[in-house]
Design a protein around this ligand. Structure first.
Ligand SMILES: [Zn+2]
Ligand SMILES: [Zn+2]
Length: 455
């Protein structure tokens, strides 16, 4: 029997974690935290698998909503074997140490047995095993009830450095888990690779299924729009703030700006970056010939950029037209992008560019929905004097690309995860419209789906 059970990340973006049981072998796909939730609510519901066999964990990529709960999971199931790509492990060595303080603070007082430290993280990551793209691994769990092994293969998901989709083959079934997937190329990442044969079951993300692509325009026109607006602001003596996620979006936007400046499409201006995103950019450089990507000859760390932590007085940005790539991506409190945004709001000639997903609970969401001249509530009532523009620079598949993946892989069952209910509804409906024989499930936490009852 094959059984699928979501522990988190079914109806939302956050705390992705999915359990699969293949005749007694227990496999987990991802173990993320929910960045907008606190304490125990930010973790996947590990208690649902307390009495299940658990042998292996496969991690699709290093965003915290897919890997952030790893230390907690290992506290509960220390014997678990962990597999992921070399690049995801390298990123995790940088980013998971940064989480030691935050989730421990978030969790303190609720579940002391889950607290972890830097040594725990070193130990976990040292024991993890590297997976190469398109190289199958055969596994079998301790309590497996027959002699048929399970085959696992990683495919490049085109989302961020080291990201993977995961194909699991068992007996006569092929199950494909997309992880976070970007089918078409971004500036650096060159687009997802799909298995060349159809699959039976597709477990697919649906982050942008709710976004009407006609309203946001194609990538080329969005790029042109961004460059035009950046030139306008720089020429008028203002500066541009682009809030970015430190992993993925920062590196993509930096490469994009560099290419445009090199070709004289974008007016030369000082570029500011800082924090962990610079270390992550270095990992993109170190791996540039090892992964499938574009512009592999250009090192991100050699692009001229100034550390924003070296700017003592933000009036600097008034005197020197600049482009600042600051994290966090959603401008949450106590981050550089939040601090700069409050300064930016006072200056008419300045502009804020929104290039990523904004959770409705964040300050970034308020900013991205505001217009110049409007009053909004950020700490206190504040007038938005600067311009605010949104540009669609997705690192997830668009809704058309999601459908294209389903059409290419011809599954007889599709399980929708990692998206808001509205988007999942649209996606499920479209799949059924093109083929009524496909079974579509909207995954929900705690509800098992039997994928095969054979044994
Ligand atoms: Zn991701
Ligand atoms: Zn995700």
């Amino acid at each position: 029997m094959i059984r699928f059970l979501p522990l988190g990340g079914a109806d939302e973006v956050g705390a992705s974690c999915f359990y699969l049981n293949f005749d007694g072998t227990g496999i987990l796909l991802d173990c993320g935290i929910h960045p907008q939730k606190t304490k125990i609510d930010s973790l996947p519901k590990f208690e649902l698998i307390q009495n299940e066999p658990i042998d292996f964990l496969f991690i699709s990529h290093a965003h915290l909503d897919h890997i952030g709960a790893l230390p907690f999971l290992i506290k509960k199931f220390p014997y678990l074997k962990i597999y992921t790509t070399k690049q995801t492990l390298e990123i995790a060595r940088l980013t998971l140490h940064n989480t030691v303080r935050i989730p421990n603070e978030k969790l303190s007082g609720t579940s002391n047995e889950l607290l972890y430290d830097h040594d725990d993280i070193d130990l976990i990551l040292r024991s993890a095993i590297e997976m190469e793209y398109e190289k199958a691994l055969e596994i079998i769990g301790l309590r497996h009830s027959n002699n048929d092994s399970i085959k696992v293969t990683f495919y490049d998901a085109g989302h961020i450095l080291g990201s993977a989709s995961i194909l699991i083959e068992y007996q006569n079934r092929r199950i494909f888990y997309t992880g976070d997937i970007k089918l078409s190329p971004q500036t650096i990442m060159s687009g997802a690779v799909l298995p060349d044969k159809p699959v039976d079951i597709l477990i697919t993300e649906s982050t942008y299924a709710a976004t009407d692509s006609e309203k946001v325009g194609n990538i080329k026109s969005e790029e042109d729009k961004l460059i035009k607006e950046a030139n306008r602001i720089i020429h008028s003596g203002g500066s541009v703030l682009i809030p970015v996620f430190s992993l993925g979006k920062m590196q993509e936007v930096l490469m994009f700006l560099h290419n445009k400046m090199k070709r004289s499409k974008l007016t030369e201006a000082e570029i500011f970056t800082g924090g962990i995103s610079r270390k992550l950019a270095h990992l993109y450089d170190l791996n540039r010939y090892l992964v499938n990507r574009n512009f592999e000859k250009i090192k991100l760390s050699e692009i001229e950029q100034i550390n924003y932590f070296d700017v003592v007085n933000p009036d600097y940005y008034k005197k020197h037209p600049s482009i600042v790539l600051a994290s966090s991506g959603m401008m949450i409190e106590n981050t550089m992008s939040n601090k700069l945004m409050k300064y930016w709001l006072h200056h008419k000639s300045f502009g804020i560019f929104i290039v990523g997903y904004m959770d409705p609970s964040t300050p970034g969401y308020k900013i991205s929905n505001s217009t110049q001249g409007e009053e909004i509530e950020i700490d206190k009532k504040t007038k938005v004097n600067c311009s605010v523009n949104r540009f669609h620079f997705p690192s997830h598949s668009t809704r058309e690309e999601l459908l294209e993946i389903a059409e290419k892989l011809k599954p007889s069952r599709v399980i929708l995860i990692h998206g808001e209910p509205e988007g999942k509804d649209w996606f499920g409906h479209q799949i059924l419209k093109s083929n009524q024989n496909v079974k579509v499930n909207s995954a929900s936490v705690g509800n098992s789906i039997i994928l095969s009852s054979e044994n």
